[in-house]
Design a protein around this ligand. Sequence first.
Ligand SMILES: Cc1cc2nc3c(=O)[nH]c(=O)nc-3n(C[C@H](O)[C@H](O)[C@H](O)COP(=O)(O)OP(=O)(O)OC[C@H]3O[C@@H](n4cnc5c(N)ncnc54)[C@H](O)[C@@H]3O)c2cc1C
Length: 572
Amino acid sequence: MLANCNIREIPDQVGDDEPLYSIIFLYLSMSETKLFQSYKQKPNIDEHYDVICIGSGLGSLTTASILSRKGMKVLVCEKHTTPGGYTHVFTRNDYEWDVGLHYVGDMERMGSLLRVVFEYITDKNLKWADMGEVYDKIIIKDRVYEYLKGLQPWKERMKEYFPAEKDARAIDKYVELLFDVNKTSKGYFMQKALWGFVQFLASPFLGRGYEKFSKRTTKEVLDEISENEELKAVLSAQFGDYGMPPSKSSFVIHAAVALHYMNGGFYPVGGSEEIFNTIAPSILASGGNILIGAGVKEILIENGVAKGVVMEDEKVIKGDVVVSGAGVHITYNNLIPQQDKFRIKHMDEAIKLPQSYGHLSLYIGLKHTAEELDLPKANYWIYPNGTDHDKAIDLFLLDYNNEFPVVYISFPASKNPLFTEKYPGRSTIEIITVAKYDWFKDWEGTKWKKRGEVYDALKEKFAQRLLEFLYKYEPQVKGKIDHYELSTPITTKHFCNYLNGEIYGLDHDPNRFAKDFLRPHTPIKNLFLTGQDIVTVGIAGALMSGVLTASTITKSNIVGEITKAMKENAAE
Ligand SMILES: Cc1cc2nc3c(=O)[nH]c(=O)nc-3n(C[C@H](O)[C@H](O)[C@H](O)COP(=O)(O)OP(=O)(O)OC[C@H]3O[C@@H](n4cnc5c(N)ncnc54)[C@H](O)[C@@H]3O)c2cc1C
């Protein structure tokens, strides 16, 4: 397994102007197992590729891996200096933090499509650690509710919390609705691989049923099944996983997330960088290449046909097919050349689609192991204001001095069984809450780590407020924190290239699910989309976006092929 290469040793969140930059890349180029190359080191790049993927998020990597396994030579161009998109990790002062993966669901069930696809693209080299019986702990004011692994235990525990007959009926009805959405979702997502006349004929039929739920908000559905505000607040407490409170989110995204985790939470053994480390070898094996620090300036389009990419240094790299995994806003606003925008009928509609909120993330390092500190595996979802998630968000976005609407705490060092081996005597914690890009707009254009005292003071204020929550619920860590640093939406924009530092790409409101153009196929011949924006947010969404994009490009049933290949593999 190539997963033990030295990527994690590199202090990788490095600004363009850092003097360490070239030393790091020299080090990387000397590393024995090279899964990627630095563009700035001017590596030998082939004249021509079968496929060029923009961005190295999971959507792009999945597309690239599947196509590589079909013998195509794929180039992945990543703007950041660390590959993996939101699955990348960064290290500082001998600590490592994941950026956009705290838990993934549905990894245990035999035959789960997610698990089968992951096994396929990673050659079974990616392992998942179970978070145990409790995966989420909901705290409303000071009332604690545990989400238990497994449908029956989850339901039973909920009914213990809410024993009234009508609450128990509401819980049963709620679960029934989650499964109803799930049944209709398959057709809806399958039809995303179609286009043109076939799409015109088949989409209404395949998407039928899903629309009934996607048009409704989470709040509308919950209000219909219960009048108990506490119960509804508990049932919608994972809204942070899709970034929209109940009155704004479509019920389909709520249902997808709730069911996704119902069989427990899982964390990649070795940390989230193992996703990239275990997928990359398949891309290299067929003659492909993965470049970091390789920002694409524009897609090369000639007479309405994508022919390659123009890099930020104006170098042209040719490819038969171009796949953008950089998100809808970056792709349509920045990567389609001005003179070709007219070719995309839905351009105006696409660039007006609302983006999700930004976030603050506090990365904490401690000089004690997770075991010594007795840190839990379960995530905390803390709601200090009580049951009205919508009102809490509105008040906070109006004025950041108001109480946080939600505080999420994750304990990666407890979830990752290899953490102590990698970082003896240490552990990490992450705390996340919502933020508005506008609060930090004044620092647009300033340099990372050199944004000035006012910015640093604002961050420190947020950091201290977030730490209070950690001390309240895990008081034993007080006095043991060795390092902490806060990221803002400006940081997210800098490292992950989301225009407003948005946490989850496009908003998951009912309108999004009615947009037919959110699919791999685009009106530009040989240009395809992938990533969370064309399916849904999440590791699962991004993974399946890659499957859809590969299916669209090859005009084949990739799910069928993967399932068959993995069955044969198991039989051998
Ligand atoms: C804080 C946070 C916590 C999360 N927690 C979870 C979780 O616990 N579980 C879960 O399932 N999901 C979680 N997610 C969501 C999940 O990480 C994402 O939905 C998923 O990783 C998105 O993958 P993607 O392929 O769409 O693209 P991304 O991972 O966003 O990658 C896109 C890549 O494109 C690159 N790019 C952009 N423009 C260019 C360009 N011009 N040239 C070259 N490259 C470019 C970017 O640098 C980026 O690396 C979380 C996300 C965040 C931010």
